[in-house]
Design a protein around this ligand. Sequence first.
Ligand code: IPD
Length: 259
Amino acid sequence: MDEFLNFAKRIAFYAGNVMKEFFNKEQGVIYKEDRTPVTLADKKINEYLIEEVKKEYPSFKVIGEELSLDNDSDYAWVCDPIDGTSMFTRHVPISVFSLALVKDGEPIVGVVYDPFLDEMYSAIKGEGAYCNDKEIHVNNKKLGELGCNIDYCMWSKAKYDTLEIVKELRNRAKMCSFGSVAHGCMLVASGKISGEIFPGTSHGECDVSASKLIVEEAGGCTSNIHGESQRYDKDIDGFIATNKEVYDELVLELRRFYK
Ligand code: IPD
């Protein structure tokens, strides 16, 4: 497993350099059919990952947000080259790189790298979660308690409209929307905030597969938007990541809204 983690970190450092290189220069932004942006940096990172996987793990799949590599394997490297591309194109330094090794649908190694703060979040299944090699843990704030913050994502074409749930929760938590679900999840894993709500479905596994492992290894809970488990090597059905105190109550609320 250490070998996989070292590989993931090496790709993450490469990605971080590309993100910093393109951060303040012409990014060649184009908008995809779903109106989300993609930059030259997203493509360069995704292409590099595929080249490196072909060299080191030629039988594995790659599921990338911009580009994939199909193989008949139980193992898939699942990657979002830049999570928070929209903020990246606006030169807001919140975006992160995310990569997980998923075996039979279950993330077993994950890294999320914030190149702007040089913070490398990582986890191996069963071995705890770390930020720059220091162990991290979720917090224990309950809904309704001061200092309980929840990040959420929202966009017009999402299968699940988070507006109603945000209105419901706003009296029990400080609701924030930072612009990168993976970054939000790392704030959950490191105890800075208490929860994350992500209504993503198609290609959503690219955004959150590493976060699923890192948050759980930090002592938190994750599931789809209905409180059920799911695979992370194909489209997901939304995603939540919280500390243990918030989880049950949040799932009850989500089930009321998204039957
Ligand atoms: C996006 C970010 C954002 C979320 C979007 C995602 P991307 O990822 O995670 O927080 O609201 O739904 O698509 O497109 O920048 O990789």
